[in-house]
Design a protein. Structure first.
Length: 475
């Protein structure tokens, strides 16, 4: 049987039967992507007890077996558990490289919370289950499988394609993208970056709604609100109370909204979504997208938490502590206030605004420092939005039209944060493109029974392959 298949393949290659060969290679890539996906999910890469280096080494071996030279593979990081994988697919060098990124770590998952073992790859009812199936080992598997497919095809791009799969996006102190940019920027420097951890492709059950391209994200900053007091015996109370001072400041914050901000990305988002909705919301989206935006429309949309987060910087109290004994006046009261700062806005201005809003000299507000593995404070800096490069948007439009005709491309801004913030700060324009559809009403990332549709995963393999070629084929 195998001999007959080899003979048929030889005849087909001589006769120029490219479609048959491509179809076979596509099926092989699907199986390879499945196997890599399963392997990754079953490697625990949590910060507590997992090991990202094990996953990085496993994928490096996959790439070696797929034909990549040892010199084009790097596995390195700040410590033995947090190593990153960088692979380079060499092209002609006519154009500057493209960087593709994804993270290998996952959030914690307790077996007692799940109906299946979170670190066992299970297929049932049309879904793949396991920690990381949505965020984001499915994308890591897609990237590695397609790098191998392109290598097996003998593809020669007109630019290098760089793959970086990294540690500590979800937490921990050894963020891989940050480490690579600081220690080995030459390994990952590119004209722009494609991040599969953003730019959601949304569907509602079986209806595909839109393909997102994330070109902007907010800046994550924690502030500590703290009130200190000499305290005393609770039988002799005074209005000068640390808890009351803190509560007053937080109450004023609750009633405050930061000014409206709209950039190229959010304007595109509201314009495109207006065409997909009806009634007052559609009219308000159109009015918000105008220059200047209509204040009444802004007010109405701001009543929806998601739209509000797209329209401005937001700060919200997330943790609270105070007092030391039930029969003593509090000597300390503290709150953590988490801010998601609009792209381009100065974090120090946000700090000053919080002080004005708190309006109490007995409430001190300070930035909660983020530290590097060696204990240095990471400076908080603005994250610029990435311009909507025609090269990228036109490639996306072309591939979408060929794969899913009629699905609109929508520019988005993440209200959360991804590793794209590091590349944007470093001056590398970054575009979140997830390449696969997720149901907007069934988001299980970071949650129990995380899953991705089987067909959505395989569709993502195909879409990513076509996008890679569209961005790097000789012109």
């Amino acid at each position: 049987m195998q001999r007959a298949m080899r003979w048929t393949l030889s005849i087909c290659l001589i006769a120029g039967c490219a479609p048959w060969g491509q179809a076979q290679l596509q099926e092989q890539t699907k199986q390879l992507a499945h196997d890599i996906f399963k392997q990754l999910v079953e490697i625990n890469t949590t910060d507590s007890v997992g090991n990202v280096s094990t996953a990085a080494e496993a994928l490096a071996q996959r790439l070696r077996d797929g034909g990549f030279a040892e010199g084009d593979l790097k596995v390195a990081g700040p410590n033995e558990r947090k190593k990153n994988l960088v692979a380079r697919f060499r092209g002609t060098g006519k154009r500057k490289p493209i960087l593709f990124i994804g993270h290998l770590d996952v959030v914690e998952a307790l077996r007692s919370d799940w109906t299946t073992d979170p670190f066992e790859f299970i297929e049932k009812d049309g879904y793949f289950y396991g920690r990381g199936t949505e965020d984001m080992k499915e994308a890591d598997a897609i990237l590695v499988a397609n790098f191998i497919r392109l290598k097996r095809e003998g593809y020669l791009p007109d630019r290098d394609l760089i793959l970086a799969l990294t540690a500590d996006e979800e937490g921990g102190s050894s963020n891989g993208v940050d480490w690579l940019l600081r220690e080995h920027r030459e390994w990952i420097d590119g004209e722009y970056c494609i991040n599969l951890d953003a730019g959601e492709f949304e569907k509602d059950k079986d209806k595909r709604l839109l393909a997102g391209i994330q070109a902007s994200e907010k800046v994550y900053v924690d502030f500590q609100f703290e009130s200190l007091n000499p305290g005393g015996h609770s039988s002799v109370p005074s209005p000068d109370n640390a808890i009351y001072h803190l509560a007053g400041a937080l109450s004023r914050l609750q009633s405050f909204s930061f000014p409206t901000k709209i950039n190229e990305i959010t304007r595109n988002y509201f314009e495109r979504n207006a065409a997909m909705t009806t009634g007052q919301i559609s009219a308000d989206m159109k009015a918000v997208a105008k220059q200047p935006p209509d204040p009444a429309a802004v007010q109405r949309l701001s009543a929806v938490p998601y739209y509000n987060s797209l329209l401005r910087t937001t700060c919200v109290a997330t943790m609270l502590s105070g007092g030391h004994a039930p029969n003593a006046l509090p000597q300390t009261a503290r709150a953590n206030v988490n801010c998601r700062i609009f792209p381009g806005e100065d974090p120090e201005e946000v700090h000053k605004t919080l002080e004005r809003v708190a309006n109490d000299p007995k409430v001190r507000i300070s930035v909660v420092p983020q530290l590097t593995p060696d204990g240095k404070v990471v400076p908080v800096v603005p994250v610029p939005p990435s311009p909507l490069l025609p090269e990228v948007t036109q490639a996306m439009e072309k591939v979408l039209k060929s794969v899913w005709p009629g699905v609109p491309l929508v520019a988005t801004m993440s209200t959360g944060a991804t590793d794209g913030r590091y590349t944007r700060i470093a001056g590398i324009p970054t575009y979140g493109i997830s390449c696969m559809f997720f149901d907007k009403n069934d988001n299980r990332a970071h949650g129990k029974d995380e899953r991705v549709g089987v067909q959505d995963f395989y569709d993502g393999v195909d879409f990513n392959y076509k996008l890679m070629k569209e961005l790097s084929s000789p012109r």
